[in-house]
Design a protein around this ligand. Structure first.
Ligand SMILES: [Zn+2]
Length: 158
């Protein structure tokens, strides 16, 4: 662990505390670093924005992508005050940073009342049997969008 890594993680932890004390959301913060510079910041903003997806990592990814004017975080490092939940884990894989550093573990989060283990369990359950049932309808009609995508000549791959 380098002094710079400590500095970036402390910035994420400060965002966690400040955002929570301001009433914005839970005690989670995140910064995204590229070439030694913080390019994105976020704290959990679920309460203030009335957005259940406004987790620190998602807020920071959106901020970094806006600042970098790109839909991927190539060569970036994510510093998050807590191990990402399944939603943020997915968002991180879609954003494709180079590395993620986290401070607290998901067990620490669960002990503080933020338990995301049920989501990992739900992934294993058949969609229609999940606690929130997920049912496939109009599949054939929807396949047409994929066919159009496959035929689209000028598409941006991501
Ligand atoms: Zn999350």
């Amino acid at each position: 662990m380098t002094e710079d890594q400590k500095k970036y993680m402390r910035a994420a932890i400060e965002l966690a505390k400040d955002g929570m004390l301001a009433g914005n959301g839970g005690p989670f913060g995140c910064v995204i670093v590229k070439d030694g510079e913080i390019v994105g910041r976020g704290s959990n903003s679920v309460l203030i924005t009335k957005d259940p997806t406004a987790h620190a990592e998602v807020v920071a990814i959106r901020d970094a992508c806006k600042n970098l004017n790109h839909f991927q975080l190539e060569g970036c490092e994510v510093y998050t005050s807590c191990e990402p939940c399944p939603m943020c884990l997915g968002a991180i894989f879609w954003a494709r940073p180079a590395k993620v550093y986290y401070a607290c573990t998901k067990e620490d989060a669960a002990a503080a009342g933020f338990d995301d283990d049920f989501i990992y369990q739900e992934i294993e359950v058949q969609p229609e049997l999940r606690k929130i049932p997920m049912l496939s309808i109009l599949r054939e009609e929807s396949m047409k969008a994929f066919e159009l995508w496959k035929e689209k000549g000028d598409k941006t791959l991501y």
